[in-house]
Design a binder for this molecule. Structure first.
Ligand SMILES: Cc1cc2nc3c(=O)[nH]c(=O)nc-3n(C[C@H](O)[C@H](O)[C@H](O)COP(=O)(O)O)c2cc1C
Ligand code: SF4
Length: 493
């Protein structure tokens, strides 16, 4: 390994599509990218999805807002002004698919932070208002909501539960040789028993009923980012009916769907999946610089490594999409209509999940160009979509790092059929109407383009509310911004 720190070519230094394409070529990456942003009704992004209806609606365009967990609810998981503002901005974005809004915990102890939304009877009226706020914001700006599809993401945070304060109160599918140390798993008592899981499944069924009652078009049964149901997909070493074979590891999804349907609930279903995973990474301590984290390197790991869904067990830095394809086919058989593909986990390998030029405080500097990580996700979506049945809508992830070239890549990926929809995460926090602007004007407002500073991740990791501190004046003016700067200085992020 070279001791010379990796020198990143920052996207804003690439002044034209030609420069961007040349840079991709120098990295030997194939990412489709149009010369010009297309505007009006002929833009690939403006095309409705004609083949699959969700709750009787034709999705009006190819733009999806990804779920982004809130850290700004009440301590009983209720809604607040910050949440209304965020959902209003989701509505104003022009996206015709709101994939989850933000992760909603199906029970209080399954929260990833003490201020996460909880989907229960107590908070039902508030959640209903969030949806209405989004709908009316969309209607005010775009007129029509008949083609706007809104789902709620249902979650239990498993290994990443922090329902009371900054302490981990992790509950896990199995003991993990690397992650247990990081997330304070010290006893087998933290493993959820089969009986615990049966009870939890009922919570998902109850949450889906609340979602249907307040008018959500679908619920997402979250299987990504190392949270509980994703962890079960890699529970190769767990005994009993939820571990070992593929059938057992995917049983929870089958039982949740069966429970929802047995209750008479016809709500539509989506699954967000980390389609591949790697081992956990850490900053290389030998290459840290003063005030700067080291570049990411893999933690030491055992071989074989039966702990990562969608990875080669004999080399868990390599993909194996056999089971992810099998799982997506299972989703289709179960009547799931939307599959939203992501990767890895923001807690233990953020570079593959959320490619960024600047790391969060618990991350590491990029060890290579983040476009490599963007391209990996784009290609995996393409491969899985090709291998899967055609009665699914696919949403692709990790586009925000593309910055000014996001619209050019997004429209080309849609036209070429690599994905059905483009999911936007961080970019929506800084610049909600980016793709609406692109389609209307063929141009962007550069000052709002997300530069992947990771403040929206660093803040909540340190107990502050999340938001785009550097580019959204609402957060920039908050006293938390000063605190955040101090945390960044102290951690070298
Ligand atoms: C602040 C923040 C919160 C997030 N919370 C969630 C979440 O609750 N559920 C989820 O599936 N993904 C969550 N993500 C991941 C995003 O949905 C998305 O996959 C990721 O940011 C990569 O997409 P991007 O490049 O467009 O940002 C979150 C991301 C951010 C930045
Ligand atoms: S804080 Fe703002 S600019 Fe930074 S990654 Fe988040 S959305 Fe992007």
């Amino acid at each position: 390994m070279s001791d010379t720190p990796y020198k990143l070519t920052r996207i804003p230094t690439l002044k034209s599509v030609t420069d961007f394409r040349q840079h991709l070529a120098s990295l030997k990456l194939e990412i489709p990218c149009d010369e010009k942003i297309e505007t009006g009704a002929t833009s690939p992004l403006a095309q409705p999805i004609g083949t699959i209806a969700i709750n009787g609606k034709k999705i009006g365009n190819r733009i999806a807002i990804q779920p982004m967990e809130g850290w700004d609810g009440t301590t009983t998981g209720g809604v607040t002004e910050e949440m209304f503002r965020r959902w209003q901005r989701f509505g104003e974005s022009g996206a015709k698919m709101i994939y989850g809004g933000e992760a909603m915990a199906v029970r209080p102890d399954g929260r990833a932070n003490p201020n996460q939304l909880i989907i229960n009877e107590e908070n039902k009226a508030g959640i209903s208002k969030l949806r209405e706020t989004l709908l009316s914001a969309h209607k005010d700006r775009y007129g029509n909501t008949d083609d706007l599809v809104i789902g709620f993401q249902l979650t239990h945070s498993g290994r990443f539960c922090r329902p009371h304060d900054k302490r981990w109160e992790s509950r896990v599918a199995y003991r993990h040789p690397v992650l247990d140390k990081k997330f304070n798993v010290t006893s087998d008592a933290q493993i959820l028993s089969d009986a615990d899981i049966e009870q939890l499944i009922q919570k998902y069924v109850g949450a889906a009923k609340i979602a249907a009652d307040v008018g959500a078009d679908f619920v997402d049964i979250k299987h990504c980012h190392g949270y509980l149901l994703h962890e079960f997909l890699s529970a190769f070493t767990r005994p009993g009916k939820y571990g070992g074979s593929f059938e057992n590891r995917s049983r929870i999804l089958c039982e949740i769907v069966a429970g929802i349907r047995a209750s008479g609930n016809k709500i539509e279903l989506g699954v967000r999946l980390s389609a591949f995973d790697f081992v956990p990474f850490k900053p290389d301590p030998t290459r840290a610089q003063p005030g700067k984290l080291g570049p990411g390197v893999p933690e030491e790991f055992p071989l074989p490594y039966p702990y990562a869904f969608g990875a080669n067990q004999n080399n868990p830095l390599e993909l194996n999409l056999e089971e992810p394809v099998q799982f997506v086919k299972l989703c289709a058989e179960l009547g799931v209509k939307i599959v939203n593909l992501s990767a890895g986990s923001p807690y233990y390998n953020p570079h593959i999940q959320r490619p960024a030029a600047y790391p969060p405080s618990d991350g590491y500097q990029p060890a290579h160009d983040p476009l490599i990580d963007v391209a990996r996700q784009i290609h995996v979506v393409r491969q899985i979509k090709q291998a899967a049945p055609t009665n699914l809508v696919f949403i692709g992830t990790a586009y925000s790092y593309l910055q000014e070239y996001l619209p050019n890549v997004a429209q080309a990926a849609i036209r070429d059929g690599w994905t059905d929809m483009i999911g936007l995460g961080r970019m929506v926090l800084s610049y909600p109407s980016m793709l609406a602007d692109a389609m209307a004007n063929g141009a962007l407002a550069p000052k709002f383009i997300c530069r992947t500073f990771s403040d929206c991740t660093t803040a909540p990791r340190n107990g502050l509310i999340s938001g785009c501190y550097p580019l959204d004046s609402y957060y920039k003016e908050k006293p938390e911004f000063q605190k955040l700067k101090e945390i960044k200085r102290a951690t070298g992020a």
